[in-house]
Design a protein around this ligand. Sequence first.
Ligand code: ZN
Length: 342
Amino acid sequence: MNTRDSQRRWLRPIGRYMAQGVAAMSMSVAVASVAVAKPVPVVASFSILGDMVSVVGGDAVEVNTLIGPNADAHSFEPRPGDVRKLADAKLLVVNGLQFEPWLAGLVQSAGYNGKQIEATKGVQPLDNHDHVDDHTDDHDHDHDHDHDHDHDHDHDHSHGHEHHQHGPQDPHAWQSLTNAVMYVENIRDALSEVAPESAPVFQENAARYIEQLQRLDAQAKERLAAIPVERRKAMVSHDALAYLGKAYNIEFVPLLGMSSQAEPSAREVADLVQRARAEHITAIFLENAVSPALAKQLARETGARMGGTLYTDALAEPGHEADTYLGMMQSNLRTVEAALQP
Ligand SMILES: [Zn+2]
């Protein structure tokens, strides 16, 4: 890559490759449309997977996403419309790692017996609190036991942010670009199985996409390496960024128990303020689909920087730079770099 360009801005090199990708993709699609009369109906569980499927599938697939942009995956409950979407599908793509606890019920209601894949197949999962253990620290452990929601579903946070019915493993594996490459390979293989006549198109689209993901990863590693070690600690509202943190050696301390609706008590806020100070938090990030009120209050009371919005479990609405997975990761990485810089 042209180093001069990549050093200056995050957006330019990717933007250029994206443009090439789109041009090349329309060519592939033109070829594919000769062979494929009707796009294959595919259902993806949430917006990030939906985008990956449409990049790999191009015009040879028609993607229906159950949990849309900026939607809260935590509170999702399938509706009759979702049952109908699934009834016609040839392929169902889900994340796995228990990110979709409602899946079995939906599949049953829809009477779906088509192909189903977990995009995380082959991914090395992190335990829910791996990232905390990597940075052994007394405050973490006292606190984390209160939030061990993955093992105890009866916890009684009055304002509990009921973050997915987690299993023992962290499902947010898409926050690592290395894992995303595996997602794309799994999607490519599954699409090729349900629509073998378009397999060459899926191969080509996936290869180009993987190259873009790897390019962004290399760029991020290079840029984030410049952040001083003592500044590599940030707070986020929910525990969704462990994979990103592991990839670039940044600790994201989650404010588990933070509500998207209710106000925390004064005592709980005081505890969080104390914790943010004790842990020398550099920046506090907002997340799309989560209320900003507590994060703003914490920043005010601790002097940590408000780091901007990170896209965690959902893409942004169309028209925003984070309306694709690649754009979302680019936006997140740029936001993190800017916030942690001295
Ligand atoms: Zn989540």
